[in-house]
Design a protein around this ligand. Structure first.
Ligand SMILES: [Zn+2]
Length: 391
């Protein structure tokens, strides 16, 4: 058995940390290719000018054109070659970061990742998800090295739309449950020889990180969401940013994922009908997974309360799919239960029938909780005296 653990070379998180970027990556060299979006370009130029001695000389900017395609990575790679850069900096959301990772890997250059949202697990992982030009999924490219430096500016995160933080909490919430399934079953993580040849096995360290991720979210997620709504950085928001960006990133990559992510893939199959964020599907997928696994009522209750408290979807209507047809739901189940999907790591065969049942049961339970229902039965002696005497 080969155990493998991955993490970024250095993880830096701080208030207005972007203004100190240069000191974290000075060792890369003299010239840096900054890959970002058009919308962020001007403000980024201003911020980065604060820490680089000679921004005109040090920094070359490339605008990411919106989709992580082979052609786009090739275009950015050639740009980097023309400019003779010593390192790559990706600043933005998941897609920008995935493109920057692929460019740095291709060019064999050191890489700095600066997430501007913590809505998914892109920042710390050593993989890029590729799409076709029409936006449909192509495949995943596994890189040999994790990002060298990850810099999270908490002020930037606190100013991003709160729904993105919540989506990240959804992605991070799945981490512990999926890790548990993978670790108990000695399943492969995302590291090692690439997906085709299989990954490594988890370490005690990566499982402990997944557990801590769960604990932090239970303790701090509600406060963090409220802080983000006010655009302020508090200790609780700080901890949740670390959970979303670092713990969830290491937790999924070094332990593996299971049915929650397979359910996400099922919903993405609906094309334009799938309008929610990755982490929102993953949160609902976690509920589906726990039902599929026959998890204890207390665990379901816990998950549902947390999702409702932070505004994560607990039913199909919350995913803007209240009108989903029987055929569409069947298609979701079919994809989620297919052997190509990560539901294959469950310790039993996942059939389409069982997946469909879990999807329907999850939707029903979510609606039930929204009306104040609970799966926990209160015993007689815990009920108020008046309720008992009325018989
Ligand atoms: Zn994810």
């Amino acid at each position: 058995m080969t155990q493998i653990f991955a993490a970024p070379g250095r993880y830096i998180q701080g208030y207005q940390e972007l203004e100190r970027l240069y000191q974290h990556i000075a060792w890369f060299g003299q010239r840096f290719l900054v890959i970002t979006t058009q919308g962020r370009l001007d403000s980024l130029r201003q911020t980065l000018a604060l820490s680089f001695d000679n921004p005109e000389l040090n920094l070359r900017y490339a605008v990411f054109e919106g989709e992580v395609t082979r052609a786009e990575v090739q275009r950015l790679f050639l740009l980097q070659q023309d400019q003779g850069c010593d390192g790559v900096i990706g600043v933005g959301g998941g897609k920008v970061l995935d493109a920057a990772k692929a460019v740095a890997a291709r060019a064999r250059l050191p890489l700095c990742i600066v997430p501007t949202v913590v809505s998914n697990d892109a920042p710390t992982s050593a993989l890029s998800v590729f799409y076709h030009a029409d936006g449909s999924y192509e495949d995943v490219l596994f890189h040999a090295r994790s990002p060298d430096v990850v810099v999270v500016d908490t002020q930037v995160i606190a100013q991003a739309p709160v729904r993105l933080l919540v989506a990240g909490i959804g992605d991070a919430l799945a981490t512990y449950y999926e890790a548990r399934t993978c670790v108990q079953g000695y399943r492969d993580n995302f590291l090692g020889l690439g997906s085709a040849q299989g990954g490594g096995k988890a370490t005690l360290t990566s499982m402990a990180i997944a557990e801590l991720c769960h604990r932090v979210l239970r303790e701090d997620a509600v406060q963090a969401v409220r802080a983000c709504e006010q655009n302020v950085v508090t200790k609780a928001l700080n901890r949740v940013i670390e959970a979303n960006a670092l713990m969830s990133g290491i937790g999924f990559e070094s332990n593996g994922v299971a049915t929650a992510h397979a359910v996400y893939s099922g919903f993405s199959e609906l094309g334009e009908r799938a309008s929610a964020y990755h982490g929102e599907y993953v949160a609902f997928g976690t509920l589906v997974m726990l039902l599929l696994e026959g998890a204890p009522a207390a665990e379901l209750d816990d998950l549902l309360h947390l999702c409702l408290a932070v505004g994560l979807p607990v039913c199909l209507a919350d995913l803007a799919l209240g009108d989903i047809s029987a055929e569409e739901l069947h298609r979701v189940a079919e994809v989620a239960a297919s052997p190509q999907q990560t539901s294959r790591v469950e310790p039993f065969e996942v059939t389409i029938r069982e997946m469909l049942a879990a999807l329907r049961a999850a939707n029903d339970l979510g609606e039930f909780y929204k009306k104040g229902g609970s799966v926990l039965v209160t015993s007689d002696d815990q009920r108020p005296a008046s309720a008992i005497s009325k018989g």
